[in-house]
Design a protein. Structure first.
Length: 419
């Protein structure tokens, strides 16, 4: 295993050793690894050095000391150091095997001890572990101090109260008492919901209870009623607090005062955002539908040209076929509705079929003045069927209709010539 040299370069070590041979052997390693090494040969000078540097930028981060040193022995030095710092790592190196000595050193919170001859790697590894542990303790302490500062600040500007899993109030801060106009003994033990205004929607209170019981945070707007029937509004956050077994121990409610007007503004903004999102959603759906219809209509690009040819043929025969002219108008209506594609092609085809049946009935009721006209109407019935089929296959067979019309035209002209 390798040492954390990056960590060592951030540490200052106080090395207390009166054996020059051991000191000369171990010192190069310490000088190479540590940010700075302070050497002492007796306990008194070591204590003075530590005291001098304790509140400076070169503060001692770890102490490595021989037990049998002059002026103050290792245990006495440890006692003095612990009066100044409770958590600086202190490691003994000794030849002593006295059990009482070792027990006393442990009693006064020695970090560890090693017997000579020393193993450099084991000592350095222990220093590394001890310094990492101290850094973690310092971080936790700093974090706790920060939390306390934050809580103190929140307590000054926020309404804070807590209640247990039975909803009974167990803590209230001064701001809450000032606003609610009750004494603390009138609040504690009461159901926290009893201070809500009776206009608070039941559904919100039920939702709040369900969310909190599930172990989740609840946020929302609250309306409170004071003992003198006045009202105040808050932005409220309620957080569950868990024990070491991850069971809910209590709930903490943090509230910030707001006004009804601010609540109304927030609700209005929220509704506007919802309306905007809904409009965007509808627009997106409409745009997709338009794109779909555009793609479908694109497949009928040649339909207008075919229709134009059909119109020209109808104009040539309009004096003879009034019924066909009416049918042509019906077909045009069907074509316009077909382009919209809102009611479906099948329905339009059924409408054309119905109109065709009506035309056939009209033909049967007309007189039989001109047999050729009747036959022509029958021919047109066949043509109508073909038009219906052409709509299904996108008008690809309209040329057949042209040939039929041309043929019928020739027959009529021949008939007229014979007349």
């Amino acid at each position: 295993m390798t040492l954390n040299e990056k960590l060592f370069k951030t540490l200052n070590i106080l090395y207390v050793e009166n054996d020059e041979k051991i000191k000369e052997t171990f010192s190069p390693t310490l000088n190479k690894l540590f940010k700075k090494v302070f050497f002492c040969t007796d306990g008194l000078s070591a204590l003075e050095q530590f005291t001098k540097l304790n509140n400076s930028e070169e503060k001692i981060d770890v102490i490595l000391s021989e037990y049998t040193i002059p002026s103050l022995n290792g245990l006495e030095l440890l006692l003095k150091i612990r009066d100044i710092s409770k958590n600086v790592p202190f490691i003994f190196v000794t030849q002593e095997t006295n059990v009482d000595l070792l027990l006393n050193s442990l009693r006064y919170d020695v970090t560890d001890y090693f017997f000579k001859p020393i193993n450099e790697y084991e000592i350095l590894k222990k220093i590394e572990e001890a310094c990492i542990a101290r850094q973690e303790e310092d971080e936790i302490l700093n974090y706790q101090n920060e939390i306390e500062e934050y809580l103190e600040l929140i307590n000054k500007v926020a309404i804070v109260y807590s209640f247990d899993t039975n909803r009974a109030m167990i803590y209230v801060n001064n701001l809450f008492k000032e606003l609610i106009k009750y004494d603390e003994d009138e609040i504690l033990g009461q159901d926290y919901r009893s201070f809500f205004h009776n206009e608070m929607p039941k559904v919100i209170i039920e939702e709040q209870g369900q969310i909190l019981q599930s172990g989740n945070k609840w946020q929302g707007k609250m309306k409170y009623l004071t003992s003198i029937d006045s009202i105040f509004y808050t932005n409220c956050t309620i957080i569950p607090v868990f024990d070491e077994n991850k069971n809910i121990r209590k709930y903490v409610s943090v509230n910030f005062l707001t006004t009804k007007e601010e609540n109304d503004k927030r609700e209005f903004k929220k509704r506007v955002l919802v309306d905007i999102q809904e409009t965007k959603r509808i627009y997106s759906i409409a745009q997709r539908k338009i794109d779909e219809l555009t793609n479908i209509l694109t497949s009928f690009d040649d339909y207008d040209e075919l229709k134009k040819n059909l119109d020209e043929e109808q104009k040539l025969n309009q004096n003879y076929y009034t019924e066909l002219e009416e049918l042509e108008n019906k077909v045009k209506i069907v074509k316009d509705k077909y382009e919209l594609l809102t009611v479906g092609i099948n329905k339009k085809i059924n409408q054309i079929s119905l109109m065709t049946s009506e035309m056939k009935s009209a033909e049967q009721r007309t007189n039989n003045k001109i047999i050729n006209v009747v036959e022509d109407i029958k021919t047109k019935d066949s043509l109508i069927v073909k038009i219906k089929n052409e709509i299904d296959i996108k008008g690809t067979k309209i040329s057949d209709l042209e040939e039929v019309l041309e043929h019928r035209k020739t027959q009529i002209e021949n008939k007229k010539a014979k007349s």
